[in-house]
Design a protein. Structure first.
Length: 131
C-alpha cells in the first residue's frame, strides 16, 4: 500500500517554492492543467493542490476553504538533521513558527505552519524515531 499526501494551497507557484526552499523537496512535475504539483524528497509523494479560498471543500458544499490557521488532527512531521537550521530555513521561506524548539526524552520538536495555514512539525531524533 502507498500513502500519498495531498495539501491544499491557494497559490501553487508559491507553495512549490515554499516546500522546496523550506524543506528541500523537489518539484517533479505539474499535473491537471497546472493545478497540482508533485513534490519528491520524502518517503511518500506529496501533492500540492491549488484551490481558491472560498471554494467548496466538500461535495456537499457544507465546508468552505479557508486558509487561516485551522486546527486539524492530521498534520505532517518532517524528520530533519539539525532542527535549529531546518527551522531557520523554513521560517526564511515563509513558515510561521508557532512554538519554540522543545526538548523531549525522544528528541526535539518545533511546530510551524506553511504560508497557507497548514500545520507541520520539524522533528530531530537522536536515534530511531520515538526510541
Amino acid at each position: 500500500m502507498q500513502v500519498l499526501v495531498n495539501i491544499d494551497v491557494a497559490d501553487l507557484d508559491r507553495a512549490v517554492s515554499f516546500y522546496h526552499d523550506a524543506l528541500g523537496l523537489q518539484h517533479a512535475r505539474t499535473l491537471f492543467e497546472g493545478t497540482v504539483a508533485e513534490m519528491l524528497g520524502t518517503c511518500c509523494r506529496l501533492y500540492l493542490i491549488e484551490h481558491a479560498e472560498g471554494e467548496a471543500a466538500t461535495a456537499s458544499q457544507q465546508a468552505i476553504r479557508d486558509y487561516g490557521r485551522p486546527w486539524t488532527p492530521v498534520h505532517l512531521d518532517f524528520v530533519v538533521d539539525g532542527i535549529a537550521t531546518a527551522c531557520e530555513q523554513a521560517v526564511a521561506a515563509g513558515a510561521h513558527q508557532e512554538t519554540p524548539i522543545r526538548d523531549f526524552p525522544w528528541g526535539e520538536l518545533v511546530t510551524l505552519s506553511d504560508p497557507f495555514g497548514n500545520g507541520l512539525c520539524l522533528i530531530q531524533f537522536p536515534g530511531e524515531p520515538y526510541e
